[in-house]
Design a protein around this ligand. Structure first.
Ligand code: GLN
Length: 554
């Protein structure tokens, strides 16, 4: 039943960063959504960047783009993989930078009528207004506070959520705190002290957590839960363990087994049925008991920073689920390939070249693409990966031997990847990114044969998200098509009818497809993206072929 009053769950994190607050919030969202509650997922980040668009992927992981073009961080990716009905827009993610920017602009415009503008109440009011705006159309908001309790910059956010509880009433607002309970080998026991300290910090600023979710590497015995409850002033049945899980998709099932969602609805006075987790359970079962295994090479630049490719690696898992297979990602450093080392490339059954910016490592990626094209290895190029596939084709098939991208060789006369005419001469490149969702029209057939693109989507009109500046040059398109490059999808401007290439493929190859957009941003474990499903299917076929060939030799 629909709750009358709007409900809020604020998720904070203690002790350390990276203990899985985003997954915990996402899991809760999934469990409550499955109970028929309309939820909104919101992330508030205490850093001062206005958005993560300009932050280095080394430091902050991937930039997750929403349909409306908002650049957010990878937690929004977790949320959108776990929940299905929630809509994500610029309302669902904001940073301290955005909040301060709005307040300072208002002050400059005289919006505060000469008052002294202060963190409390002006910054906190702005935070509260944004929370209310984000949950306007739903029954329940799950709002994650980024950072770790105890950080100076999260204080205004914590003060704002304290006030929301005061205003909305304790019956409608829950504070869930994720904390770490480490096992100390030397003592041979689980330690609760960091949790006690983290809760103490919260209580000092007026927040008493209602629920404690304890990340641990082993189950928490009843006595430990009792002890934590006693010292943290939380009922022992509100202390939950979140044990390390083999797959992030186990987490909602584990939390449900602990009774977390039961407790949440009980405390918030929401009457619902139990969640139907059968589909989720079946998916997790496939992850743990696959029928086969396939190795996929991801040729990238930041090979040691896996979070840079978080959505891609998750989408590969989803594509694996759709094919009842386990995908083993093999991260291949493009600079090694550039130096001539193809040893790792030779050991995978499919190659994926993801998006990226900047020149470093691109020749290695082009070399990998050439290998995939000439050796019939299934290839999936995403954004920069597609652009490089076009460059490779132009150089080695179409005879444009110094083909390149204007991103790397401005002024070069064979830039098959270029800025659109309208963008040329604009100094501020930040303003010229193509961001967010665009419609793509798919070419169903070429010479009587369905395109790989159509085989995947089974429809002629799709919507995918973008984050790039450069495009396939329309000047070279006819020549590339003449040489056999198939344009599998285009964006067509309604007014000018100008087209932009969205997808390319090679009809003579088992599976060679590049897309200018980012399909990984829309894949979910219960709804794998069709391009990933088809790519893994092709890789499995290729793996079988190689095995048969090897058998034939021996
Ligand atoms: N650097 C390329 C561009 O700006 C590709 C971007 C990407 O892969 N997201 O067009």
């Amino acid at each position: 039943m629909k709750p009358k009053q709007k409900k809020f769950i604020f998720v904070t994190g203690g002790v350390l960063s990276s203990i899985g607050k985003g997954i915990c919030a996402a899991s809760l969202g999934m469990l409550l959504e499955e109970r028929g509650i309309k939820v909104a997922m919101v992330k508030m980040d205490p850093y001062l960047n206005v958005d993560p668009g300009t932050m280095s992927p080394f430091q902050h992981g991937e930039v997750f783009v929403l349909d409306d073009g908002t650049e957010t961080d990878l937690d929004l990716g977790h949320y959108s993989r776990f929940v299905h009905t929630a809509v994500f827009s610029k309302r669902n993610s904001f940073t301290a930078g955005k909040v301060y920017d709005a307040v300072i602009r208002r002050e400059r415009q005289g919006g505060y009528l000469g008052k002294t503008v202060q963190v409390i109440p002006h910054i906190t009011d702005e935070i509260k207004a944004r929370v209310h705006e984000a949950v306007a159309d739903v029954d329940l908001g799950i709002i994650e506070v980024g950072g770790t309790v105890g950080d100076i910059e999260s204080l205004p956010f914590l003060e704002a959520i304290r006030q929301i509880r005061q205003e909305e009433g304790a019956a409608n607002v829950l504070f869930a705190h994720l904390t770490l309970v480490p096992f100390i080998a030397a003592a041979g026991e689980l330690k609760t002290k960091p949790t006690q300290h983290s809760v103490k910090e919260l209580r000092e600023i007026g927040i008493q957590p209602d629920l404690l979710v304890c990340r641990t590497d082993r189950p928490l015995a009843r006595e430990i839960k009792d002890k934590i409850g006693l010292f943290c002033n939380v009922a022992a049945d509100c202390v939950f363990s979140a044990e390390d899980a083999a797959s992030i998709y186990d987490v909602p099932l584990n939390l449900a087994a602990e009774g977390l969602d039961d407790k949440v609805v009980e405390k918030l006075g929401i009457w619902t049925g139990r969640p139907d987790l059968s589909k989720w359970r079946a998916m997790v079962n496939t992850i743990h008991n696959p029928k086969s295994e396939v190795r996929i090479g991801i040729v990238g630049k930041y090979t040691d920073w896996r979070d840079t490719y978080k959505s891609i690696s998750e989408s590969l898992v989803h594509g694996g689920v759709a094919n009842q297979t386990r995908v083993v990602p093999v991260y291949i450093d493009s600079e090694k390939v550039e130096a001539g080392d193809l040893s790792e490339i030779e050991k995978v059954s499919g190659l994926l070249v993801p998006g990226g910016f900047g020149e470093r490592g691109i020749e290695g990626k082009i070399r990998a693409i050439e290998y995939a094209r000439t050796e019939n290895v299934p290839f999936f190029g995403i954004c920069l990966g597609m652009q490089l596939a076009v460059i490779e084709f132009a150089r080695h098939v179409a005879g444009l031997d110094h083909a390149n991208s204007a991103e790397f060789k401005p002024g070069n006369d064979q830039n098959v990847i270029d800025l659109m005419e309208a963008q040329k001469g604009i100094e501020d490149l930040g303003g010229t990114m193509r961001l967010g969702a665009y419609t793509c029209l798919i070419t169903a057939k070429v010479m009587g044969k369905a395109t790989h693109a159509y085989e995947a989507y089974k429809k002629e009109k799709i919507s995918e998200r973008h984050r790039h500046r450069f495009e396939v040059s329309n000047r070279f398109r006819p020549m590339l098509e003449e040489k056999g490059l198939v344009v599998g999808g285009v964006y067509r401007d309604a007014k000018t009818t100008t087209e932009l290439v969205e997808m390319v493929e090679l009809p003579t190859h088992p599976w060679f497809l590049g897309c200018q957009f980012h399909p990984e941003l829309q894949s979910k474990p219960l709804d794998p993206h069709p391009l990933f499903t088809q790519f893994i299917k092709a890789a499995l076929l290729a793996a079988k072929g190689t095995q048969q060939k090897l058998k034939g030799i021996s």
